[in-house]
Design a protein around this ligand. Structure first.
Ligand code: GZL
Length: 325
């Protein structure tokens, strides 16, 4: 495996160095405004696939040459991709860090190479200064809070005096998992009706969402009143397990999810999901504008959050525009 990566890196460097010389030699009028290296963490969800597509579309729209690498959910592949971008001497590096820790060494190499870095969709945890210029992505803590606030409103309307909640978490140590978990708990903390029975790791994957739901129902059965799932993939995976166990999702068990892709919105319209907190993958335009500013030596905002909302059984869902992911 390592040998494969070394060969790939060498090939990319050889290609890159050649291309760089060409890039410097030609200087044709329609030459890309800049070369952006992007390490995408994987293809684990409709969100992620939508984010990749939106990035590619906006690179074309802004006239930016995009070198996109898919890490297939492995941090080591992201680190190798960032090193190849440094060797290739791209103008800007962007990446969606699969987890928050373990980036100091490679981002120090980018800093020493004088290549600005932009975090997209997720954040990193570091004590070092100056390892990245901007983080473009959702306010995941607020997403968690919005999920909790919906549940309080629903409990009031249903006249419930107690609700047992099970949580299906996203990728361990990822920013969305940590902050959604915290925001949800903070929102319901003051409400004595709310009790979290259990929290399990579904890794943002549909298949794991099904396994988690099966295990939770085997363990808690009728006690489960609410599922709080950190993304639509895990929610959609959980649904058949709920129905196989004889429960009506959206009625016997409330489902609160996050992302808002078309497939989940359609299920929300059927009433089998009660609330979806939006997490938009459409960050490509913000990334391209930020990359152009950095390449021009301009300052950029340290954090850039998109506007996000909730979709729920309180809304007129027929009026919703197609989601595009
Ligand atoms: C959140 C993003 C999460 C999505 C999941 O911005 O990182 O990762 O909520 C995706 O669908 O897997």
């Amino acid at each position: 495996m390592k040998k494969k990566w070394i060969c790939a890196l060498a090939a990319l460097m050889l290609l890159g160095l050649t291309a760089c010389e060409n890039r410097q030699e030609t200087g044709t009028k329609d030459a890309p405004k800049l070369l952006l290296g992007y390490s995408q963490l994987g293809s684990e969800s409709a969100f992620r696939i939508g984010a990749t597509r939106d990035t590619e579309e906006n690179a074309r729209k802004y006239g930016i040459s995009l070198m996109m690498e898919n890490a297939n959910q492995k941090q080591e592949n992201q680190i190798a991709a960032i090193r190849s971008f440094i060797a290739y001497r791209v103008d800007v590096i962007a990446f969606s860090p699969i987890v928050e820790d373990g980036w100091d060494a490679v981002l120090t190499e980018a800093k020493e190479a004088g290549i600005p870095v932009v975090l997209v969709d997720r954040a990193i945890r570091t004590e070092k200064e100056g390892l990245y210029a901007s983080m473009i992505g959702a306010d995941f803590y607020r997403e968690g809070r919005m999920a909790g606030e919906y549940l309080i409103r629903k409990a009031n309307d249903l006249g419930r005096d107690h609700l047992n909640i099970v949580e299906i978490r996203g990728t361990e140590d990822s920013t969305p998992m940590k902050q959604r978990r915290e925001g949800f708990r903070d929102a319901i903390a003051g409400d004595p009706r709310m009790q979290i029975l259990d929290s399990v790791n579904g890794d943002f994957l549909r298949s794991r969402g099904a396994e988690c739901m099966r295990e939770l129902l085997e363990k808690y059965g009728d006690q489960v009143d609410v599922v709080f799932s950190h993304n639509d993939e895990m929610t959609i995976g959980a649904l058949p397990e709920i129905e196989k166990a004889g429960y009506v999702p959206g009625r016997d068990i409330l489902l609160i999810s996050i992302d808002g892709g078309q497939e989940a919105i359609d299920i929300l319209k059927e009433g089998r999901i009660n609330c979806i907190v939006e997490c938009t993958p459409k960050l490509g335009a913000m990334l391209m504008e930020t990359a152009l500013k950095l390449a021009a030596g301009e300052t950029v905002e340290r954090e850039i959050h998109p506007e996000e909302r909730t979709f729920s059984d309180y809304d007129d869902l027929d009026a919703l525009e197609p989601r595009g992911y």
